[in-house]
Design a protein around this ligand. Structure first.
Ligand SMILES: NC(=O)c1ccc[n+]([C@@H]2O[C@H](COP(=O)([O-])OP(=O)(O)OC[C@H]3O[C@@H](n4cnc5c(N)ncnc54)[C@H](O)[C@@H]3O)[C@@H](O)[C@H]2O)c1
Length: 312
């Protein structure tokens, strides 16, 4: 099949590209490099890379021509970025998604698999979090990812395009770099590798459901292959750990690290844990990578990245 990966130069997108190519598919990437890197695709010259913006109908139309499936990963990512730049967040996540959906409809795409986020839920009411958990996002990002999801599902109802929205919990793995908007695992691992002390926000007893990017890729590919399946699905590992335990696990991979506690962060939820039974039933999703194994692989990748940083 031929597939378009929007945001394919990013962390998750580039891992999807790698697996699609390994499975023998043809791949087009559309990415404006806002937070992605050419270097993430350096090993995959077979992918056609278009530097372009999901908000631009002509660029999206060009990229999508002949594609059967779209993996829509492009986004303004993260709570903090959305608090700092709410208009950009809305333009990319809402109007960009709508532009991709319009192009998908016009091009006769069979399926869109879109990246949603656990950020749509806001503070936890019941645990584990099922798909019907109340959605009360705490940040502009949570609101725009919810809008993105609803738009995809409305297009599925209106236009016969199949749409699966995967509500990623905390994803980690190779190609996830440290930046001001980064998630806790890259921040901690890169700081530890640079010999800097870690700062844990609040008491560190807040929990997260960390899912390895290999499992996220598996879910994307299974969702794409599942004929007749549309809907929104929670995507985590179905396990959770505290941030204090995460720091210990990083130390157990062999990276010396120390940490202290700082003030709690605005917009952060206290606990998070996905119920993944709906994704299991609908398309056979089964997380396979344990936290220790996944962290060891990530630390090995991050060591190479710290020694020879990707700048492009
Ligand atoms: N990493 C996580 O834990 C996590 C959790 C929940 C949801 N998500 C979602 O997963 C998807 C991928 O996120 P990621 O973690 O790989 O982040 P990322 O920042 O590495 O990837 C996003 C990619 O989208 C590209 N992009 C941004 N704006 C664009 C635009 N206007 N046009 C074209 N490309 C654009 C960026 O350059 C980047 O390559 C996003 O939709 C994000 O909201 C990620």
């Amino acid at each position: 099949m031929k597939a378009l990966v929007t945001g394919g130069a990013g962390f998750i997108g580039s891992n999807i590209v790698a697996q699609l190519l390994a499975d023998g598919h043809q791949v087009v990437v559309l990415d404006n490099l806002m937070s992605g890197y050419r270097g993430n695709l350096a090993a995959y010259p077979e992918a056609r890379f278009i530097v372009g913006d999901v908000r631009d109908p002509a660029q999206v139309g060009n990229a999508i021509a002949g594609c059967e499936v779209v993996f829509h990963q492009a986004a303004s990512v993260g709570n903090k970025r959305s608090i700092d730049h709410p208009l950009v967040d809305a333009e990319i996540n809402v109007l960009g998604t709508l532009t991709v959906l319009e192009a998908a409809r016009a091009a006769g795409v069979r399926k869109i698999v879109a990246a949603s986020s656990a950020g749509i839920f806001g503070e936890l009411v019941t645990m584990p979090i099922r798909e019907d958990h109340p959605v009360e996002p705490d940040t502009p990002y949570g609101c725009t990812k919810l809008a993105e999801e609803k738009l995809c599902l409305a297009y599925a109802k209106l236009h016969g395009l199949e749409a699966v929205c995967l509500r990623y919990f905390n994803v980690y793995g190779p190609h996830q770099r440290f930046d001001a908007y980064g998630n806790v695992i890259p921040i901690f691992v890169f700081q530890a590798l640079r010999g800097q002390p870690l700062v844990i926000y609040g008491d560190g007893e807040q929990t997260r459901d960390f899912i390895n990017v290999k499992d996220v890729v598996q879910a994307n590919l299974k969702a794409a292959a599942a004929v007749g399946v549309s809907g929104a699905f929670n995507l985590g590992s179905a396990g959770r750990i505290t941030i204090n335990r995460l720091a210990e696990l990083i130390r157990e991979t062999g990276v010396p690290c120390t940490w202290s506690h700082g003030p709690a962060r605005r917009g952060d939820v206290r606990h998070s844990l996905a119920d993944i039974s709906a994704a299991r039933r609908a398309f056979g999703f089964e997380p396979a990578v344990g936290m220790q194994e996944g962290l060891a692989e990530y630390v090995a990748w991050a060591r190479r990245e710290v020694a020879d940083p990707c700048t492009d």
